[in-house]
Design a binder for this molecule. Structure first.
Ligand code: MIC
Ligand code: SF4
Length: 641
């Protein structure tokens, strides 16, 4: 039987396990990336592992999230990251060099290799034919230390593309269409492979827009073949030698096949407050727009920006609209400046922001109260923009630019001049924004700079055999890590300071949660479906752990979050009967007995008054050991890597 792309890359990197869906596989990891908001925790963990130097082929620390520097905190974190990277053999991408996923695609990703990154959009590199996973910082630290990365062997989905996109329709619309079809939990437990004749018409950055938003589907990862298009992209980046052809066998078997005819697609828009709340742009053309933001790791490539520049050229944006542009990398910005496109953008009235995540994570440019914000980003969760009642819509760069001009949501298919943009034969290459680490000798004496914002890694407690605790919070379906541990300019600078962060845990759902959790011993959280979707931030596990949460019970969990809970020593359980969700209430006291047996046998029984509730506990032997040790760091400390 033939193999899929993912099965081939997994087979070539498998250290143990078997490839039956549902079994655990241990993978050798070739490359790692971190970003600053999750990186500080990852490197604190690495320092605790007593490994002098990383063991991967390439590890890189990007600074792209926390670049506002409204006080000493972010700057201290940057210094810490730069010094720890230099010492441990990690390259350092300086603030301003660009968004991790965009820079990685341009300069470092390699077809056929494995990559894990402490950011949920790491699958962006799947656009190059790389098998790339988002992971918690602790898992990334373990991989840097030479440890395996463990995944549950996913099912294989295939999306067949036919035809080609019409002018005004883009890769972003393909991403939004698949979200409409599958929803934010439709990709859970699956790897999504993209194929069919239609992919030949998509450039690498377009493919990367699609694999990037596979994260919003909850997919384990997404991947395209590495073909002639990939080869040309790598050659244009001066990296022809990095190319290897990667493709699925013709007789590869998929669990589900979805067909999309690119020629039939029209511009799509995700409405507030979920990326799968997808409609057609044309339906919403009476909505007035206050703000338009173009950029983020989904849509900040040179081609995206050139198309925007061409739409804006010689025109002015509507007076009531604020337009921001954040090119994805210094390479993109330099090339825009050189060819004059930047001038066209600026002349239209746009505001130029740094090559960083910026407004995507609430780092500036929050909308006005109740404001309508059109963004080329990938997430529009409630409050994420920094404005609690902001109405955030997700669109393509073409829709964004067309709407900025008219001041209303505008279907770009209705404007006359949609330019055709082709990628250059040669990109401008300047890697001076990436600092090489010290050599091994110099590294021995190098000092890691630790400002007062860097606090200790919080300590997990071993899971006991029985637990009595109360439900401190009951929440609904699709709770995101942005609900659990919000980001934004006010809070993000404290990502290395768990005690401070803890004051904001679940702020959007229930501001009294932190105090209540602290006052309860053995707190339990009750969630619905897809609990913990979205970001890879392990703070969404570490902070509840710090507040005394020992167990989360949900109808189902998102992949990265459940791994983060286990790594933090929090027991994740799923309701065997979903109806029990309605029976349980905030404040109920639950008694869990024989947890160790339950972990082994797959079910734990909770007693609430005189009622018994069956909870599924699907943990591998390794995960059980991690929980019994009190989290991944303790497990590694006991020789478990
Ligand atoms: C996000 O898009 O939510 C983030 C910010 O990039 C996160 C990482 C983080 O929370 O630091 C992610 O996607 O993993
Ligand atoms: Fe940055 Fe936004 Fe991409 Fe997250 S989704 S990495 S915040 S640009």
């Amino acid at each position: 039987m033939g193999k899929t792309i993912a099965q081939k890359i997994i087979a070539a990197h498998m250290l143990s396990g078997d490839m039956t869906p549902g079994s655990e596989v241990a993978l050798r990891i070739d490359q790692t990336l971190t970003q600053d908001a999750t990186g500080t925790m990852a490197y604190l963990a690495l320092e605790g592992m007593n490994i002098p130097r990383v063991k991967t082929e390439l590890s890189i620390a990007y600074v792209d999230h926390n670049t506002l520097q409204c006080g000493f905190e972010n700057a201290d974190d940057h210094q810490y990251l730069q010094s720890v990277a230099a010492k441990y053999g990690v390259r350092f991408s300086r603030p301003g060099n660009g968004i991790c996923h965009q820079v990685h695609l341009e300069r470092f990703g390699k077809p056929g290799k494995t990559l894990i990154g402490s950011d949920s959009h790491t699958p962006t590199a799947g656009g190059l034919g790389m098998l790339a996973f988002g992971a918690g910082g602790l898992d990334v630290a373990a991989a840097m230390g030479g440890g395996a990365y463990y995944i549950t062997m996913p099912k294989m989905f295939r999306v067949n593309l036919t035809g080609s996109l019409r002018p005004g329709v883009t890769a972003k619309d393909v991403s939004l269409e698949i979200l409409r079809i599958l929803s934010v939990k439709g990709g859970v437990g699956a790897i999504i492979e993209w194929g069919g004749e239609g992919i030949k018409t998509l450039s690498v950055p377009e493919r990367a827009t699609i694999t990037n938003m596979g994260a919003e589907l909850g997919a384990t990862t997404s991947v395209f073949p590495a073909d002639e298009v990939t080869k040309a992209f790598l050659a244009a980046q001066g990296r022809a030698d990095d190319f290897t052809a990667v493709f699925a066998d013709d007789d590869a078997v998929y669990d589900r096949v979805i067909d999309i005819d690119l020629s039939a697609l029209t511009p799509r828009i995700a409405c507030p407050h979920s990326p799968d709340n997808v409609k057609s742009v044309a339906e919403l053309n009476t909505i007035k727009v206050d703000q338009v933001c173009i950029g983020s790791c989904t849509n900040s490539s040179l081609a995206d920006m050139l198309k925007v520049a061409a739409i804006l050229k010689g025109k002015r944006i509507a007076p009531h609209v604020n337009l921001s542009i954040s090119p994805g990398s210094r390479q993109v910005l330099t090339m825009l400046a050189k060819c004059g496109a930047l001038e066209d953008i600026l002349a239209s009235g746009a505001r130029l922001l740094e090559c960083a995540c910026g407004p995507c994570i609430g780092m500036g440019f929050s909308p006005n109260s109740g404001g309508v914000s059109l963004r080329t980003f990938n997430r529009n969760f409630l409050g994420r923009s920094g404005t609690r009642d902001g109405q955030v819509y997700l669109v393509s760069p073409e829709t964004a630019a067309a709407s900025a001009l008219t001041g209303y949501i505008t279907d770009p298919m209705t404007i006359d001049s949609i330019p055709a943009v082709s990628l250059p034969d040669q990109f401008t290459i300047d890697d001076s924004g990436v600092l090489m680490p010290l050599d091994e000798d110099a590294a021995k004496d190098a000092v890691v700079l630790r400002g007062p914002n860097i606090k200790e890694f919080p300590d997990g407690k071993p899971m006991l055999d029985s637990l009595e605790g109360s439900i401190v919070l009951k929440v609904g379906d699709n709770i995101t890590t942005d609900h659990i541990m919000p980001a934004g300019a006010k809070i993000l600078p404290y990502r290395s300071n768990i005690p401070f962060l803890s004051k904001f845990c679940f702020e959007v759902c229930d501001p009294a949660f932190p105090e209540r959790a602290k006052a309860t011993s053995n707190g339990i959280i009750l969630g619905g479906e897809n609990y913990g979707q979205g970001s890879s931030r392990e703070h969404a596990a570490l902070v509840p752990m710090y507040l005394g949460i020992r167990c989360v019970i949900a109808k189902s969990f998102a992949r990265i979050h459940i791994a983060n809970l286990i790594n933090a020593g929090i027991l994740p359980l799923t309701l065997a009967n979903a109806e029990d969700y309605d029976v349980l209430a905030q404040g109920d006291v639950l008694k869990l007995d024989n947890i160790y047996d339950g972990m082994e046998n797959g079910t734990v029984t909770a007693t609430v008054g005189d009622r018994k509730i069956t909870l599924n506990c699907s943990l591998t032997a390794r995960q059980q050991k991690i929980l019994r040790a009190g989290g991944l760091l303790h497990y590694i400390g006991e020789g478990g890597i």
